[in-house]
Write a protein that binds this ligand. Structure first.
Ligand code: PEP
Ligand code: MN
Length: 337
């Protein structure tokens, strides 16, 4: 971090800034230019959080050179991380496919879908039991009954299972039934929920908020890791733009950007990114080519009857074909399914 002093800053003002920094145990580097004086701060800048240096006399501005997230930051953890979910490892050598219905609608729907996605090659079953719907009148999910079906399907098929949680009550229930918690786009900055997910001990799939910057997203991940839970997987699920031809706009550049800034695995959700079934396959391929560690895809036994997100869901045959079509792309990236 550097502190830029105003032109003509008084010596007393500069000394005051230097003094406060040094009392926190940090080192300083003073550079007196012809026009401006710059003070470099060496060390953990969080020690200055409550000092309000920007309000000191003659301080022009503060420029942060390193990001506020540390635990999620690749600068301090250059090796890419792997995260174990059930018996499956998500990481730089594998390509993980999570698939299943948007919402768990019945035990039979979930069992049939689980068998179909497993046969096709998916390793993790997804399904929402607590649905954050835009309309309060839309289907809200089966809640704990849905979680119970998840657990029995997991026992029957051996698939690992992931479910979204929208409250502390949902977390407290979900830890008894699932292998991974999902924090949805609408809750990415629900900091209380992030902390509770961090304390749960389960891996967390953290979706990107609808209008979140990459920096905000990584800070959200930091909330979870700061609770002692390093097992975070990021999911790019499309962001809000001016475009209306698709439900959201898949930010494919988020994949290399995240890989540069963070060691955390990142997956792509082409279903929510587009809202259009026919666009799922091309964007799944693009995600793999861009370096994603996995995909999340919505699959339903009969999308025309789905209680949520039918237009973006694939049926079993379409999902089976998709996984087959993805195989050459997965090999090209030297990953294994
Ligand atoms: C979901 O995965 O079911 C979901 C609601 O996704 P998002 O939070 O990305 O909208
Ligand atoms: Mn959905």
């Amino acid at each position: 971090m550097i502190i830029v002093m105003k032109q003509g800053a008084k010596e007393a003002s500069i000394k005051k800034v230097l003094g406060i920094i040094e009392t926190t145990g940090l080192q300083t580097h003073l550079s007196i230019g012809q026009e401006v004086t710059i003070i470099g701060v060496i060390g953990d800048k969080s020690k200055l959080t409550n000092c309000n240096i920007e309000l000191f006399d003659d301080v022009e501005k503060i420029v942060h050179l390193t990001e506020s997230y540390k635990l999620a930051n690749r600068k301090f953890h250059p090796e890419m991380s792997s995260v174990k979910v059930g018996n499956h490892i998500i990481g730089p050598d594998t390509l993980t496919i999570m698939a299943g219905p948007c919402a768990i609608e019945s035990e039979q729907q979930l069992i049939d879908t689980a068998h179909a996605v497993k046969r096709a090659g998916a390793q993790i079953l997804r399904g929402g039991a607590y649905k954050p719907r835009t309309s309060p009148y839309a289907f809200q999910g089966l809640e704990e009954d849905g979680l119970r079906y998840m657990k029995s399907v997991r026992e029957e098929t051996g698939l690992a299972v992931v479910c979204e949680v929208t409250s502390l009550i949902a977390i407290e229930a979900a830890v008894n039934y699932v292998d991974m918690l999902q924090i949805g786009a609408r809750n990415m900055q629900n900091f209380y929920l992030l902390k509770e997910a961090g304390k749960s001990g389960l891996p967390v799939l953290l979706k990107r908020g609808l209008s979140a910057t990459i920096d905000e997203w990584l800070n959200a991940a930091e909330y979870i890791i700061a609770e002692g839970n390093p097992n975070v997987i990021l999911c790019e699920r499309g962001i809000r733009t001016f475009e209306t031809a698709t439900r959201n706009t898949l930010d494919i550049s988020a994949v290399p950007a995240i890989k540069e800034k963070s060691h955390l695995p990142i997956i792509i959700d082409p279903s929510h990114a587009t809202g259009v079934r026919n666009y799922v396959a091309p964007l799944a391929k693009a995600g793999i080519a861009a370096g994603a560690d996995g995909l999340m895809i919505e699959v339903h036994p009969d999308p025309s009857k789905a209680l949520s997100d039918g237009p973006q869901s694939l049926n079993f045959a379409q999902f089976d074909k998709l996984v087959n079509d993805l195989k050459p792309y997965i090999s090209l990236e030297s990953r294994t399914l």
